[in-house]
Design a protein around this ligand. Structure first.
Ligand SMILES: [Zn+2]
Length: 313
């Protein structure tokens, strides 16, 4: 599904995107064969750009194995993508900002109407004074004594027709990859990334000989993600701010040139730039040029519902 951008500057942007996204297509049935990344939400916290907040699916042979982030709007995109809750092995959350986690209860509630009864692993960072940790987030939503959605408290124990949620907490200070999930088909690691004062993770998904790395929001002042990103088939990096952003924004997010340098060193099979916002896209050409100063490989500017297959060696 193409996002309708209307006329004016959006039309020029759409034309540009067409030029830089030669292999990525928005299709139903993403990942029907092999391993693919599908962008569910390529936007940020503002509802003015036709993009959902952050969300990504890891597809393998027609099944959505993992979902990364559930920002506002991802509830809708998940259904549009044809994904099914009963197929998920892992819900991996990078952090608890609204544009990454606000649709968690809305999406999970749909599970009541699905055949899923087995527990779902949900991973996320630990907390600090600004943010709950993974368990605290679920309790704030579903605890019977005070959760905002306490009518769904069955999620904590797997009762009342709801599947259980099994929280997995990873320290956002983790400098070495922490194994979050392993089954016979998929291994998932997480490391901490620096997103100002907000505990945040980046994830690496390995399945069928492919590696897809999705960075949480970060300013790249730490490089803990680098070993996971090196030679990844697909590397997703948020590009939320322009090169000349102020110091507060730069403590939260990486500049395009920093992303370019990081990607240039990691040399992924494809770099996907996401977390795009109207206010930061005024000069997309300029931002891409700063990335290109340091990175010459395959590049995709993310769109909602875009399907990005990984290809064989
Ligand atoms: Zn964000």
């Amino acid at each position: 599904m193409a996002v309708n951008r209307g006329t004016g500057p959006g039309t020029a942007l759409a034309a540009l995107l067409f030029l830089v996204v030669p292999q990525a297509t928005a299709v139903e049935g993403c990942g029907a064969e092999g391993v693919a990344l599908q962008v569910l939400g390529s936007g940020g916290p503002i509802a003015d750009d036709g993009r959902a907040g952050s969300g990504y699916l890891i597809w393998h042979d027609g099944r959505a194995r993992a979902l990364v982030d559930v920002g506002g709007g991802v509830f809708l995109r998940f259904g549009e993508a044809g994904a099914r809750l009963e197929d998920l092995e892992l819900l991996a959350l990078t952090h608890f900002h609204t544009d990454h986690a606000a649709d968690v209860p809305a999406l999970l509630k749909g599970g009541y109407f699905s055949p899923r009864r087995r527990a779902l692993a949900v991973s996320g960072p630990d907390g600090n004074r600004l943010m709950p940790g993974m368990e605290g987030f679920l309790e704030a939503l579903f605890a019977p004594d005070g959760g905002a959605f306490r009518y769904l408290d069955g999620f904590l124990e797997g009762t009342q027709g709801l599947f259980a949620l099994e929280p997995i907490t990873v320290s956002a200070a983790a400098a070495q990859p922490v194994e979050v999930w392993r089954d016979d088909g998929m291994v998932v690691h997480a490391v901490g990334v620096h997103h100002g004062p907000i505990p945040t993770l980046g994830y690496a998904f390995e399945l069928a000989g492919r590696r897809i790395v999705i960075s949480g929001d970060q300013n790249l002042s730490t490089k803990y993600l680098a070993p996971l990103a090196a030679d990844a088939d697909v590397l997703v990096m948020p590009m939320a701010i322009p090169e000349d952003a102020g110091s507060v924004a730069r403590n939260l997010h990486a500049t395009p040139s920093a992303i370019g340098r990081f990607a240039g060193a990691a040399a992924p099979g494809r770099l996907v730039l996401s977390h795009l916002m109207a206010r930061s896209l005024d000069d997309l050409d300029g931002q891409l040029a700063r990335v290109r100063d340091h990175y010459g490989g395959a590049l995709t500017v993310a769109e909602d519902l875009q399907c990005i297959p990984t290809h064989g060696p």
